[in-house]
Design a protein around this ligand. Structure first.
Ligand code: PLP
Length: 376
């Protein structure tokens, strides 16, 4: 049936193969481990579970499931606008940020248009631009994983529609400096749209949403999938210029945020108790992980303030694919960052900061692998 497939999609089919091979299920099958013995630290989610505030709000809405949600998502927009001190017209909602990214590309990218993407970063930016027939212009981050503003500016052409920034960046965890965003916004209203993905920021951190409300060329993205513990509810949003968002509303499928996702978010939005508990648990586990990892010979870490942690194993004498596989054989699933564009030759491993018992098993497995020497 390949004759039916668009060339751009055919070319991308290889790029999506990787994710299927590294799930906890396939690791369990490969090494004959029961599913409940496999610890999955590869998922960039909040492993502390969903907040009860969201669950009870969902239960309360179940009787309304025969209805469509509010097509304009007025209450959600109003509450998010309040949170960020903006007008509801400056808020756009999607079925997770994955959909918001797709709708940004669908609204802005004509075949042949360009988007600048500092790499390594979240792979969907490149995919969504490519699916629309656009050309990603990839710019390497600096050695310390900072966005090189001048190198990004040097790539801007009259066809540049988008500049994607991710803060804290997935997978490095390094935030984007405010000065970098300001510098890119100096291109002015006729310049490209700077899409600043703050998926991995702590939700109570204002980030750069204040800049988005005063700069039409900046759109800031947020999600409920991470600290809020609602990845399955699929709700993400953008704060941006109403004149741009009104076109994204034309492209948005009606009812893209479903009734239960809407209820979950409305229930959890002001649940500061849950967020603070998660923030402090992740912070404590992050400190332990960073301490222990940096004490292991050959492992390089750097400070991060988010729910994932990436470390460099070059100095251990192991490559990241070898270490990932050795950990998998012990029932611990991590991300070999060679799957990220720009890290194909590096030896970085990403974990999500899990429960204390999971982190302990991960550290013990890593210690055992490194102590045992290379399997030849
Ligand atoms: C940087 C970044 N942006 C966007 C997303 C997608 O988030 P959502 O679950 O809201 O689709 C992720 C998910 O891992 C992410 O890491």
């Amino acid at each position: 049936m390949e004759h039916l497939i668009r060339n751009r999609v055919m070319a991308l089919s290889q790029a999506t193969e990787y994710a299927k091979e590294t799930s906890a299920l396939t690791v369990g099958e490969r090494y004959g481990l029961p599913a409940d013995e496999v610890i999955d630290l590869s998922l960039n989610i909040n492993v502390f579970g969903p907040p009860e505030s969201a669950c009870s709000a969902i239960r309360d809405r179940l009787g309304g499931l025969y209805q469509y949600p509010d097509i304009e998502l007025r209450e959600l927009k109003r509450r998010l606008a309040l949170r960020h001190n903006v007008d509801p017209a400056q808020v756009f909602l999607g079925d997770g940020l994955d959909e918001v990214l797709k709708l940004i590309a669908q609204t802005t990218i004509e075949p042949g248009d360009e988007a600048i993407i500092p790499i390594p970063t979240f792979p969907r930016y490149e995919l969504e631009v490519s699916i629309m027939g656009g050309f990603p212009r990839l710019v390497p981050l600096t050695d310390t994983y900072q966005v090189p503003a001048e190198a990004v500016l040097a790539q801007v052409t009259p066809r540049t529609k988008l500049i994607f920034l991710c803060s804290p960046n997935n997978p490095t965890g390094v935030p984007v400096e405010r000065e970098v965003v300001r510098r890119l916004l100096e291109l002015g209203p006729a310049g490209p749209l700077v899409v600043l993905d703050e998926a991995m920021i702590f939700p109570r951190d204002p980030g750069m949403t204040d800049l988005a409300s005063s700069s039409p060329n900046l759109m800031v993205l947020r999600t409920f999938s991470k600290y809020h513990g609602l990845a399955g509810a699929r709700v993400g949003y953008a704060v941006g210029d109403p004149n741009l968002l009104k076109y994204m509303e034309i492209v948005r499928p009606p009812f893209n945020v479903n009734l239960l996702g809407e209820a979950a978010v409305l229930g959890a939005l002001d649940d500061t108790t849950f967020l603070e508990r998660v923030w402090s648990a992740i912070g404590e586990q992050r400190r332990i992980l960073l301490d222990q990892l940096s004490a292991m010979p050959g492992i390089r870490t750097w400070p991060v303030e988010t729910g994932v942690l990436t470390f460099d194993v070059t100095g251990t004498g192991w490559t990241s694919p070898e270490l990932t596989e050795a950990l998998a054989s012990r029932g611990v699933v991590v991300v070999d960052c060679r799957s990220y564009r720009g890290l194909e030759k590096a030896d970085l491993i990403r974990i999500s900061i899990g429960l204390e018992s999971h982190n302990r098993r991960f550290l013990a497995a890593l210690h055992e692998v490194l102590q045992g020497g290379r399997l030849q």
